[in-house]
Design a protein around this ligand. Sequence first.
Ligand code: HEC
Length: 178
Amino acid sequence: MRTSRVIAFVLVVLPVAAYARGMGVCGRSGKQAAGTTCANCHVAAGNAPTVSITGPDSVAPNSMTTYTFRVMNAAAPNTRAGMNAAVGPDGVGRLLPGTGLTQTAVLGTCGQQEVTHSTPQNFNMGAAQWTFTLVAPANAATLTLYACGNATNGSATTAGDNTIYTSKTITITTPTWT
Ligand code: HEC
């Protein structure tokens, strides 16, 4: 009896735990505090990728605008990537996840201001990319998009991976009343 329970635990519980973080991480985009990124756990192997957030620098109040986050693979052994993006300050602006992104990661929910990968994305021509939508607040504001990318080697551990963080300032223009 006892042995079969142990076997059941190993077969059922451990695989879920083992892939928990690979299936998305919230709170590590660099928004929460300086240094809260994927690098808290993933140990660099020397082939740092480059990352970019592309999209408009300024958008209208209440608008919905698509931004693209890209992780470009520097070199082998990186084969795939994951990400966590967030908008701040707290409570101002929202993000909607695009294809391959989620707000309900296995380890906790990201909330409405964050998105993360639902599974690691394989590099295609040396890059992985995701799009998400910024829902702008109703009033003029200065927002920041934060994003951390992690180019990994597919080992399903934190070793041999390369993480990098970036941010982008976005101005919400003054509303015009007509
Ligand atoms: C609190 C520690 C921790 C943080 C922070 C963390 N990870 Fe991980 N991550 C892990 C662990 C442990 C694994 C290996 C086991 C697993 O998959 O759960 C892992 C695995 C992964 C994998 C699969 C590994 C592979 O070799 O392909 C990806 C992709 C990944 N994480 C992405 C991220 C991203 C993106 C971030 C930052 C936004 C991040 N992780 C932040 C602990 C962490």
